[in-house]
Design a protein around this ligand. Structure first.
Ligand code: PLP
Length: 221
């Protein structure tokens, strides 16, 4: 299937999912996830009107960002403190903020580099140690506190990757968002939903879905 055809069928699927829950599809952002996809395919997507892409690995995303300065990249994958600098330099947003020591490091570097980078907090829904990262619900207040309303790292929202099949987790994150919005007195966005579970995420009120395989096809690169 060509990229154009795959995107068209994805958009039809999004439209159906929005209609099924009475949502306007313009309220939903589609973020294509280009990890392990070649730059040539990303360029094809750009020619079809997409200009922002999610990447998981700092080095891979930084290489693509350097080769394609006209495109913008968002970091979705786990971030180590020692990669904080290239992450700030090459990505316009960081969605995988999950602990205060990382927030502290990003803050200091953003000040030094004179950059502003919106961040999203990744919420851990797995109740067990995984390599996915994320902040548990119990640790969220301390993490938000550590951001301290910093103008260098404005908090945009919550990102989550629920365990496969655990669609109740989407409602849990939506509830968390409600409570945090009340506490902070301002809106937060929700980034949840991938190729396999976007319908459930949209039904639960996700604002952004991050789509890899249903957009670009299988990862091969
Ligand atoms: C890979 C990835 C996606 C996209 O996954 P697909 O199942 O291919 O749509 C979305 N979010 C994150 C954090 C990812 O790592």
């Amino acid at each position: 299937m060509s990229l154009r055809d795959r995107i068209e069928s994805l958009q039809a699927r999004l439209q159906r999912a929005c209609e099924a829950t009475g949502r306007d599809s313009s309220s939903l952002e589609l973020l294509p996830v280009s990890k392990k996809q070649p730059l040539s395919l990303i360029r094809e997507a750009a020619a079809l009107g997409f200009s922002r892409f999610g990447e998981n690995y700092v080095q891979e995303g930084a290489d693509k960002a350097a080769a394609a300065p006209d495109l913008r990249f968002v970091l979705l994958g786990p971030l180590q403190r020692n990669k904080a600098k290239p992450a700030l330099q090459h990505f316009e947003e960081i969605q995988s903020l999950d602990r205060p020591d990382l927030a502290e490091r990003l803050r200091r570097l953003a000040e030094e580099l004179d950059l502003v980078r919106p961040v999203w907090i990744q919420v851990d829904l797995w109740d067990e140690a995984t390599k996915l990262g994320g902040c548990t619900e119990a640790d969220l207040p301390a993490l938000i506190q550590s951001l301290g309303g910093d103008r260098r790292l404005p908090l945009r929202g919550l990102m989550a990757i629920p365990p496969p099949g655990d669609e109740a987790a989407f409602a849990q994150v939506a509830g968390l968002r409600e409570r945090l919005q009340q506490d902070l007195g301002r809106p937060l966005r929700l980034s949840m939903g991938m190729s396999g579970d976007l319908e459930a995420a949209i039904a639960a009120g996700s604002d952004q879905i991050r789509i890899g395989t249903a957009f670009f096809g299988e990862r091969s690169y």
